[in-house]
Design a protein around this ligand. Structure first.
Ligand code: ZN
Length: 369
């Protein structure tokens, strides 16, 4: 994720924090300072930091459960809206997904239980009559936060844990894509309900509704892609007829290639045939305006684009492309030679073709039945 800082490394997992999180801290500090001076500001900021420690432990719960099934978690990012553990892949078996999903909220239940015992042993819980006042001890507030995290995550809608749990439970009885579709529809229904209730009651619910709506949609799209491309390799879907530009070529030559072909992205190679970057149509036009047709393409091309082996699974390559938001990925053979281009158009066409074939297969099967 862009604009994130590395904080620490725990169990080989990079813990990152998004820059907006510091804005949240500054805002909370300022808000509390206005009402209660420096002690209140310190208390408020400390409370927010402790909330995020609980969120981090929740995400570590997911990550460690995933590690148990041999799935790595490269990083966990803390955002003002919560944490995101980026798992290398989704567990294959529904039973594994259930375990990984439940592990997060289970951590919060443990924290809440520990706090509950600690509060009981020390000051005791405050009288419910006084609960409306803000002067609650930190331990009681943190207890409430952990209970809230469990309840919030139990909402059966993506991207909450409840949505994943629902999908995994459905997947025990049907195929993964269908289970995701049903779970996503339920998520859309919940988003709609939250939106309506939010209009009358609490604007915060509208925000959650939007969050849930997009979460459900993207999860459904990802599951559809995964089921369509199951077992498919990059080599089966890449563009193999394309032009590459030599490193020494000028923008003038690049424009010629742009007009001559239907390509929008051009790999740029050195004299050994190694890929050095990708030149996009938009970058080409922008540079043409700025520095003229004699500019070498090597000065304009994007160089931070990863290449993928042709044997890579289609959905993995798609994830790589999404993560770097790359316009195209160069595809290499086992000797490191450029043999193809993997583009968003490829992915779109592949989905269209495969879903047409899938629909036809279903029609044939239902006729047979
Ligand atoms: Zn979770």
């Amino acid at each position: 994720m862009h604009w994130s800082f590395r904080l620490v490394r725990i169990f080989g997992i990079e813990i990152k924090i998004h820059v907006t999180f510091f804005l949240l801290l500054a805002w909370i500090g300022w808000l509390y300072h206005r009402s209660g001076g420096t002690p209140a500001a310190i208390d408020g900021v400390l409370f927010v930091i402790l909330i995020f420690v609980c969120v981090l432990l929740h995400e570590l719960g997911h990550a460690l459960a995933a590690a148990h099934f041999g799935i790595k978690t490269p990083d966990i990012t803390l955002l003002p809206i919560g944490g995101v553990a980026r798992l290398e892949r989704i567990p294959e078996k529904p039973s594994e997904e259930i375990a990984v999903t439940v592990a997060g909220p289970a951590v919060n239940i443990i924290i809440a239980a520990v706090l509950w015992i600690a509060i009981g042993l020390t000051s005791g819980f405050p009288d419910p009559q006084t609960l409306q006042q803000t002067e609650l001890p930190m331990s009681v507030r943190l207890f409430a936060v952990n209970i809230w995290l469990v309840i919030f995550n139990a909402i059966p809608a993506f991207p909450m844990d409840g949505g994943r749990l629902l999908r995994a439970l459905l997947a025990l009885r049907m195929d993964y894509a269908r289970a995701t579709q049903i779970a996503a529809s339920i998520g859309h229904g919940i988003a709609f309900l939250f939106f309506i209730v939010g209009l009358w009651w609490n604007p915060m619910l509208i925000l959650i509704a939007v969050f849930v709506y997009f979460g459900a949609s993207s999860e459904a799209a990802m599951a559809q892609m995964r089921s369509i491309s199951k077992g498919l390799r990059v080599s089966g879907a890449m563009v193999t007829k394309f032009e590459a530009l030599p490193l020494a070529a000028t923008l003038h030559e690049a424009v010629d290639a742009l007009l001559r072909t239907s390509q929008h992205e051009f790999p740029v190679t050195d004299q050994d045939g190694q890929v050095r970057g990708i030149l996009t149509r938009d970058d080409m036009i922008a540079a043409l305006r700025k520095s003229g047709p004699e500019t070498p393409v090597g000065e304009v091309m994007r160089t931070n684009i990863p290449s993928v082996p042709q044997s890579m699974l289609f959905d993995r390559a798609f994830a790589v492309m999404q993560q770097c938001s790359c316009p195209a990925l160069p595809v290499l053979d086992s000797l490191g030679r450029l043999v193809g281009l993997f583009t968003p158009e490829n992915v779109g066409e592949m989905i269209m073709v495969q879903s047409a074939l899938g629909a036809r297969g279903r029609a044939v099967r239902s006729r047979a039945a």
